[in-house]
Design a protein around this ligand. Structure first.
Ligand SMILES: Cc1ncc(C[n+]2csc(CCOP(=O)(O)OP(=O)(O)O)c2C)c(N)n1
Ligand code: SF4
Length: 258
């Protein structure tokens, strides 16, 4: 199918893994709502026939929260870039996790603002070269998965398009969990982040992602020094706290004496 993404971009690989999981879980176009923000990732609803809400930049989780609070029977799946989710949209990310909203957030973390030309975002690591940090990013990066965990998400996982089978499994698990579930997909943007950091080809970025990631089981045995600059991948958090709608229903029952 013709699409807008650059050669070597990871978004299409993630979308394919997700659609295979939709099919396996029986998610149909009447009971599924895809919510997106603005960016290369946010464009993916153009290629779907589900209900879709293309929101403003950074507000996808706020809109998805409203949908889920009103229509608990819908599957609500939110696709965002690292800008949408934890930079301009960081406040909504924190509160969706804190409320444990029954949403699945799938986040393409390509370490920069892809659509607008490769400026640094909240996940760009220190020293990285971007369009707005020609001599190295002076800021430190947000760890999306750690943030989701401490804020209260039920399920948190991380993978990459290099690990495509694991990626599909983790997305399927996230979709199947109640409460706020997050899958961070570390993803190549060869056009901007890669080009700015000596990885012009998608294959070079995939090899780099392979080097930067460690299965979480091995990660747990490593010293803090050995972990520096690496990302644990796999299922990082899996718990079963009540979601927002369940707790709201309890309050409703108390209020009405039922
Ligand atoms: C309120 C607002 N601020 C800024 C923009 C400009 N803008 C459009 S997309 C984007 C960044 C997209 O980056 P990200 O969310 O990481 O997605 P990617 O393109 O990398 O998939 C920005 C800053 C906008 N559309 N709206
Ligand atoms: S600019 Fe980057 S994120 Fe956007 S489509 Fe191209 S490779 Fe993908």
């Amino acid at each position: 199918m013709p699409h807008m993404w650059c050669p070597g971009c990871g978004i299409g690989v993630m979308l394919r893994a997700c659609l295979r999981s939709f099919e396996e879980l029986g998610y149909g176009n009447q009971d599924t709502v895809v919510v997106t923000g603005i960016g290369c990732t946010g464009k993916l609803d153009d290629y779907l026939v589900t209900h879709a809400l293309h929101t403003t930049h950074g507000r996808a989780l706020a809109c998805a929260t409203g949908i889920k609070a009103a229509k608990d029977d819908l599957h609500v799946v939110v696709f965002m870039g690292d800008g949408d989710s934890v930079t301009i949209g960081g406040n909504h990310f924190l509160h969706a996790a804190r409320r444990n909203m029954d949403l699945t957030a799938i986040i393409i973390n390509n370490f920069n603002f892809g659509m607008t030309g490769g400026q640094f975002s909240g996940t760009t690591f220190s020293g990285a070269i971007t369009q707005t940090s020609a001599y190295g990013n002076p800021e430190r990066q947000v760890d999306i998965c750690a943030l989701a965990e401490v804020a209260g998400a039920n399920y948190v996982a991380r993978s990459t398009p290099w690990h495509v089978d694991d990626l599909k499994t983790l997305i399927g698990e996230a979709l199947g969990r109640k409460g706020f579930s997050v899958v961070e997909v570390l993803s190549p943007c060869p056009t901007h982040f890669g080009s700015n950091n000596k990885m012009k080809k998608g294959t070079e970025m995939l090899a780099w992602l392979q080097e930067k990631t460690v299965p979480v089981e091995a990660w747990r045995t490593m010293t803090p020094e050995a972990r520096a600059g690496l990302f644990p991948i796999g299922r990082l958090v899996d718990r079963n706290e009540p979601d927002f709608n369940a707790r709201y229903a309890e309050v409703g029952a108390r209020a009405t004496g039922n």
